[in-house]
Design a protein around this ligand. Structure first.
Ligand code: G3I
Length: 370
């Protein structure tokens, strides 16, 4: 027979098991959880391993995939952050001009936020100022610089206000620099733009508008091929340093980290670490925002090499105290941007196209748990 003490201990154990089950499966909801074929995570999720390191583990997601049970089950249990892969970009979210009675479309973005909230995940916003995925009413509107300024200001204000207290950080400006460190000619910068001849002034303006729109959001500049110390990262560093000195509201830098196996080079990895360190010294928060490692095939050797590189990049973030986010650009090879953009390449993510964990998953988990 159990005494009162034993009963109470048994009850506590039962409750702990139930509660842990809830965090492990992150409150999997409804049909998605019941129908999923994905095995319940046994030895702890990426999310749990990240929590132990005070590291957010994120992924990009699309609302149109949430109806897939396996997709939803993995997204809601393995990750502590969700970022819209496309839904919050200018074109999808602001498809019609402000003169239209219904200029915005928040449907997909709201669905992603609702999913994240119901799975106790934070949401990171992407992106407010970018030259890609713009609607024709902007690109073909023949707007003057003054009109473009009004359009962008009002866009930032409306989108950030809509997601205030739901989106904790935004990629305010995305990919503004060329590889040689010069500014990319864009409709926002100088085509005709709002900043021709004034360098990074338009980026500063966007950051100030963003701070005004949601003072509690963390504001990021985000770019690719700026992982290593190179001309592009030098230009971003110079801008960030200037912004910090002048009180421009910049809270962090996003390093996209879309890489191939060529990146698994001690010199490149050391350069990435050095680069993170110099940005950290400016007091900025550092996020790895779009990590994926593309392959030419899915042979065991390629998958092993991919795993090694994923592990090494994870370790870089773990070892840099200002690195607070490790995020992959999607999580299943079934839905990755790589095959559509790099012909013949793919297999870039942590789960394969059948939602089975790849060696890279274990490598990231091990690097977090080390
Ligand atoms: O939504 C339309 C759909 O209505 C249409 O039928 C279909 C036909 O092609 O296109 C759909 O839009 C596509 C969209 O993804 C949603 O799937 C666009 O054509 C396609 O160009 C777009 O690609 C996105 C790309 O950004 C655009 O440049 C990728 O999904 C997305 O992963 C990628 O993400 C970027 C980051 O935002 C910034 N850093 C680089 C990263 C990879 O390119």
């Amino acid at each position: 027979m159990m005494n009162a003490c034993a009963i109470s201990a048994w009850f506590r154990m039962l409750m702990t098991t139930l509660l842990c089950g809830m965090c492990g499966t992150a409150l999997l909801s409804g049909a998605a959880a019941q129908e999923s074929r994905v095995a319940a995570p046994a030895a702890g999720t990426l999310r749990q391993a990240g929590e132990a390191r005070h590291l957010t583990i994120g992924t990009a997601a699309a609302a149109s995939h949430l109806a897939e049970a396996d997709y939803a089950a993995i997204l809601g249990s393995e990750f502590s952050q969700l970022q819209a892969e496309n839904a919050m970009k200018f074109g999808p979210i602001h498809p019609r001009p402000d003169t239209d009675p219904n200029p915005y479309n928040f449907v997909s973005g709201d669905a992603l936020v609702a999913f994240a909230q119901s799975h106790n995940m934070v949401v990171r916003g992407h992106t407010l100022v970018w030259h890609n995925q713009l609607p024709e009413w902007v690109t073909k509107g023949n707007h003057s610089p003054a009109q473009l300024g009004e359009i962008l200001h009002s866009h930032i204000k409306t989108v950030m206000a809509h997601y205030a207290s739901k989106v904790y950080a935004w990629d305010v400006v995305n990919e503004a620099f060329n590889d040689d460190g010069t500014l990319h000619p864009t409709i926002w910068y100088d085509q005709p733009g709002i900043g021709a001849g004034t360098g990074t002034k338009y980026i500063e303006l966007a950051l100030r508008w963003a701070r005004e729109a949601d003072p509690s959001a963390k504001l990021f500049y985000n770019d690719y091929d700026a992982e290593e110390v190179n001309k592009k990262s030098d230009a971003i560093y110079a801008m960030a340093k200037r912004f910090k000195k002048n009180g421009v509201p910049l809270d962090g830098i996003g390093f996209q980290a879309h890489v191939g196996l060529h990146f698994d080079d001690p010199a490149k990895l050391a350069s990435f670490a050095r680069n993170l360190k110099r940005f950290a010294k400016l007091g900025l928060e550092l996020h790895i925002t779009e990590l994926d490692v593309r392959l030419n095939d899915s042979s065991p050797a390629s998958l092993a090499a991919q795993a090694k590189l994923y592990g090494e990049i994870t370790t870089l973030c773990v070892q840099q105290p200002k690195c607070k986010l490790l995020q992959t650009w999607g999580f299943t090879d079934k839905h990755s941007w790589i095959p559509g953009f790099y012909k013949g390449q793919g297999w870039a993510l942590l789960w394969d196209d059948k939602y089975q964990k790849k060696p890279a998953y274990e490598a990231v988990h091990d690097a977090l748990a080390k």
